[in-house]
Design a protein around this ligand. Structure first.
Ligand SMILES: O=C(O)c1ccccc1N[C@@H]1O[C@H](COP(=O)(O)O)[C@@H](O)[C@H]1O
Length: 233
């Protein structure tokens, strides 16, 4: 059975964390970018993360952080993964991850003219640079770095890369079934699409989003089963 992993990002409240966990989210994101309306202090994130059950991962999202900022977070919360979402260089990501001994995902913010080959090159370069690199997170290019609810052209994602990526950028209950069925990513990541206001999640939208991802998984499973049957008469 296929199970697309789900990350809900921009958690600021206990009830939102509980709703996401109850619906089966695999990871919850905490935004440590002070200009974001979803910003939480390391202290607040630590309080929230203390409520996480086993096997649900806390993800720390940074935009151009210093090593000390990441250290402060890594030492105060049970941090599963770092998400670099700014203009950090490959060397900076590798050095910070090694210093705090945590895996990381690198956000690649896609423009309409991004060549698909650049995504493959980027992934190879990161993989070669750091054993802490866990994969690319694909988002839409926006000046505010992210969390803008904007979709990019999914056809820019190379087929061979798709099974390893986290797909993000403007996902919602309205498009995630199509996105998951078309791209078939390893995971999906959402913030704006499950909110009633910036930083305030809506439990019904979270439930509907997760149900749509599971419906896409079932569709992919039945297509794979059908393909398998027809290739073995
Ligand atoms: O959520 C934010 O405020 C944020 C700020 C700066 C960089 C990234 C941010 N969030 C990430 O943006 C993408 C897309 O979010 P959305 O679903 O389109 O709102 C996602 O990966 C968030 O983790």
């Amino acid at each position: 059975m296929r199970r697309t992993r789900i990350k809900i990002c921009g958690i600021t409240r206990e009830q939102d964390l509980r709703a996401a966990v109850e619906q089966g989210a695999d990871a919850l994101g905490f935004v440590f970018y002070p200009k974001s309306p979803r910003y939480v202090t390391p202290e607040r994130a630590a309080e929230l993360c203390a409520l996480l059950p086993p096997f649900v991962s806390g993800v720390a999202l940074f935009v151009n952080p210093t090593l000390d900022e990441v250290r402060a977070v890594a030492s105060s919360m049970p941090l599963g993964l770092i998400q670099f979402h700014g203009d950090e260089t490959i060397e900076e990501c590798a050095a910070i991850a090694a210093a705090v001994q945590r895996p990381f995902v690198r956000a690649y913010r896609i423009k309409p003219d991004t060549p698909p080959a650049a995504l493959l090159e980027c992934e190879s370069a990161y993989r070669a640079a750091s054993p802490w690199f866990s994969g690319l997170l694909l988002d839409t290019w926006v000046d505010a770095y992210g969390g803008a609810g904007k979709v990019f052209d999914w056809s820019l994602i190379p087929k061979e890369l798709a099974p390893r990526v986290v797909l993000s950028g403007g996902l919602s209950v309205h498009n995630v079934l199509e996105a998951t069925a078309r791209v078939r990513p390893f995971a999906v990541d959402i913030s704006s699409g499950v909110e009633e206001a910036k930083g305030i999640k809506d439990a019904r939208k979270i439930a509907a989003f997760v149900a749509a991802v599971r419906a896409a998984d079932a569709t992919i499973d039945s297509e794979s089963h059908h393909d398998h049957e027809s290739s073995h008469p």
